[in-house]
Design a binder for this molecule. Structure first.
Ligand code: AMP
Length: 212
């Protein structure tokens, strides 16, 4: 099985949930540029303010900012055993930046689902403030309302509101979706139908990457 993977797909498709599980099962580093950027905006720096304005409007953060943060993360020792890039690259330029930086991509998993499913998954998503576990109030609700199993408080991401979600889907269609063809032409793409429960999708994911 390949151990240097890119997860590609629209917002809300469940890439993050699948990436976390695969990374834990196969000791891979889960590198989510969205998570890295959310850490950046917690700080009180000029960079944080700049990044926040893009994220809150649902548009992509400038390529050079994300690349620098990504390469810093990729220089850490846990990445040697393999990795899942979740949310990077997000446009063709970033795919070339990755190539230029010498980051190997053995397989690209493209997750797809219809737009209605995406919107319901995004609007139902709740994240734990303490352990970052992700729930969905429709499909995978917590036992106690608003509380994670670990006791942490659940919150809704500020970019998961309807207007911002629409902008994120637009960005995806215009800038990210051309990557499907890009990686297809390179012969590294496999496709996973992301409808169904997280367990069902995980089974499909395992079958897809074992076949590569
Ligand atoms: P995500 O958690 O992957 O849904 O990303 C949340 C937001 O972070 C996106 O809407 C973008 O504003 C920003 N972001 C994440 N990854 C990237 C990337 N590779 N390039 C540019 N912006 C990104």
């Amino acid at each position: 099985m390949f151990k240097r993977l890119v997860f590609l797909g629209p917002p809300g498709v469940g890439k993050g949930t699948q990436a976390r599980r695969l990374a834990a099962d196969f000791s891979l580093a889960h590198i989510s540029t969205g998570d890295i950027l959310r850490e950046v905006i917690k700080q009180n720096t000029p960079l944080a303010q700049r990044v926040r304005s893009y994220m809150e409007s649902g548009t992509l953060v400038p390529d050079e900012v994300v690349l620098e943060l990504l390469l810093e993360r990729m220089s850490q020792p846990d990445v040697k055993e393999g990795y899942i890039l979740d949310g990077y690259p997000r446009n063709i330029k970033q795919a070339y930046d990755l190539e230029k930086a010498g980051v190997a991509v053995e397989g690209v998993v493209y997750f797809y689902a219809d737009e209605e499913t995406l919107i319901k998954r995004i609007s139902g998503r709740r994240t734990c403030r303490l352990c970052s576990r992700v729930y969905n109030i429709y499909y995978d609700p917590p036992t106690v309302d608003g509380r994670c199993e670990c006791g942490g408080e659940l919150f809704q991401r500020s970019d998961d509101t309807e207007d911002v979600v629409r902008a994120r889907l637009r960005e995806y269609r215009q800038k990210t979706s051309p990557l499907v063809q890009h990686y297809k032409e390179r012969g590294v793409l496999c496709e996973v139908d992301a409808s169904g429960t997280p367990d069902e999708v995980y089974e499909k994911l395992l079958r897809a990457i074992e076949a590569t």
